[in-house]
Design a protein around this ligand. Structure first.
Ligand code: BG6
Ligand code: GLC
Length: 504
């Protein structure tokens, strides 16, 4: 993995020797619960491989393995200006991406809008209205109100969607805490286009894209060894390029078996029937109390949305256990609030550089109004390490499973998301786990130059969506219409791109 120090981070296990018996036995219990051995990682990965294969064979499998109709890698020579809308879990970004004449290069201008929390559980009209308003603002600001020709848009919609065409997507289920009525089971494109039309926003949706596919394609724009795109953020997922002949559930379409097809795995759903993942009682609570129990089992153990919540549930449990009773006599009302701690909180604890954990102490005081004793601070730090390490190690199983399924012993993986980019030690812990799963020799692993190596994908979703829009128009131009609902409309869009670019 890129940018890694050569060493696995030093744990503070050594500082735990002087703890009172009640706390040290709790730490031992937590270590047992949260540690995943190399053997277990291999077992998980093997089951993962068979679930990926099942998803390619059967509709409605646990891992959906969604065909995306993104059917080619870029060669670096794509050109043109495209809009990209990136609707992830935390932010909404509108970008204008210009793929320049210089091979593999691009210019990007972008505006970021926060996804208001209340929108995630509001109504569909509010959601599409907000998204359309952001796009309108962006276009008016950059192109003025006189822009009337339709601009082509790649829309990164980072939720599981069944795509019969590239500009179509039936939402299979909301993930990442979204819970908006009346959207699941329907194509998200018509209500989105209707909101644009209502506001007179001149946009032609050219491609609906998942963030993982966008990340893979954007990374491949500059690196021919790229094979997989991964997100480790609010949610977790990956995409890779399959060949149509290896997707039995598409056999009825008689596609050329050698044609590539990007698959959005949606593997956050892995093991939702709870066969192999070592869930703790805390994971079970998270699942039961989520808006969608028994879904996204893998994601709920490793993704950014849940790490702080797992941590909070453990601390509350330890406070309530009479034999342990941390935070004795303190007001823990703030700790009782579900989802009040995010993964940034956990990251800050793991990053506390001081031997006496004074930053952690301040964090607890300022955020939760809890004054921690020294032994409690040691427990807190060890718990954060355990949860962060488990997340990174389990995350590696998904990447390893794709590599094993495809028989790839070496490849590059483009990665994005807040956990990948910001969570301390995530990369080195993940690399160590990949090494254990894939049985690399001792001198490999833990760092730069690994056989399977992760690279940060900068602006992945924006550039990826623009590239996929460009590749789609290029495909229609040469009469390759697989997954294109209305080739004539796409040809008009291609003409509009040319007209728009000729004016620039
Ligand atoms: C962003 C990408 O960088 O990362 C989004 O632009 C993606 O497309 C997101 O969804 C994932 O990270 P997080 O942490 O925002 O879920
Ligand atoms: C969730 C979504 C998926 C997305 C991932 C990362 O798992 O279902 O579509 O790729 O989060 O954002």
């Amino acid at each position: 993995m890129v940018g890694l120090g050569p060493k696995t981070p030093r744990s503070r296990r050594g500082s735990l020797t002087d703890l009172p018996q009640s706390l040290s036995s709790q730490i031992e219990r937590l270590e047992e619960l949260f540690t995943v051995s190399g053997e277990k990682l291999k077992e998980i990965t093997n089951h993962f491989v068979s679930e990926l294969e099942k998803g390619l064979r059967e509709e409605n499998s646990t891992i959906p393995m969604n065909a995306t109709w993104c059917m080619e890698f870029p060669d670096g020579n794509e050109t043109g200006t495209f809009l990209a809308l990136d609707m992830g879990g935390t932010n909404l970004r509108v970008c204008e991406v210009t793929l320049t004449k210089e091979k593999g290069e691009f210019d990007i201008i972008q505006s970021k809008y926060r996804m208001p929390e209340e929108l995630k559980t509001g109504t569909a009209d509010e959601l599409w209205g907000y998204v359309a308003d952001c796009l309108q603002q962006f276009i008016e600001y950059h192109h003025g109100q006189e822009q009337t020709e339709q601009l082509p848009l790649g829309f990164t919609f980072s939720y599981p969607a069944t795509q019969e065409y590239i500009d179509h997507g039936i939402l299979q289920r909301w993930t990442k805490g979204f819970d908006i009525d009346g959207v699941e089971g329907k194509d998200v494109v018509p209500p989105f286009e209707a909101a644009l039309k209502e506001r007179g926003v001149p946009i032609k949706l050219t491609a609906l894209v998942n963030d993982t596919t966008g990340t893979m394609i954007a990374s491949a724009y500059t690196d021919p060894l790229m094979r997989i795109g991964c997100i480790f953020g609010t949610g977790c997922n990956a995409a890779y390029m399959e060949n149509c002949g290896s997707i039995p559930k598409l056999a009825h379409m008689n596609l050329d078996p050698d044609l590539p097809m990007a698959i959005n795995c949606e593997y956050g759903a892995f093991d939702s029937e709870h066969k192999v993942l070592p869930r703790t009682p805390y994971d079970i609570i998270i699942d039961k109390e989520s808006p969608r129990p028994d879904q996204q089992a893998f994601e709920k153990m490793i993704a950014g949305l849940y790490l702080g919540e797992i941590f909070r549930l453990v601390l509350l449990d330890l406070h309530q256990k009479p034999e342990c009773g941390i935070f004795k006599g303190q007001d823990v009302s703030k700790l009782k609030k579900a989802y009040s701690l995010d993964s940034g909180f956990l990251a800050a604890i793991e990053e506390d550089p001081f031997e006496n954990l004074s930053e952690t102490q301040d964090l607890f005081q300022n955020t939760l109004s809890i004054a921690c004793t020294k032994p409690e601070l040691e427990l807190i730090r060890r718990l954060a390490e355990l949860i962060g390490t488990r997340a990174a190690r389990l995350s590696a199983c998904g990447v390893a499973a794709i590599c094993k399924k495809k028989g790839w012993t070496t490849c590059h993986v483009g990665a994005d998301g807040s956990v990948f980019n910001k969570y301390p030690h995530f990369k080195v812990r993940g690399a160590e786990a990949l090494k254990e799963i894939l049985d690399w020799p001792e001198d490999k692993g833990k760092g730069k130059g690994d056989p399977v190596e992760l690279f940060p994908a900068e602006d992945g979703s924006g550039v990826g969506a623009a590239l996929i829009a460009a590749l789609t128009l290029k495909r229609v131009d040469v009469g390759q219409n697989a997954g294109i609902r209305d080739p004539e409309a796409m040809k008009l869009a291609a003409q509009a791109v040319r007209a728009f670019n000729s004016k620039k």
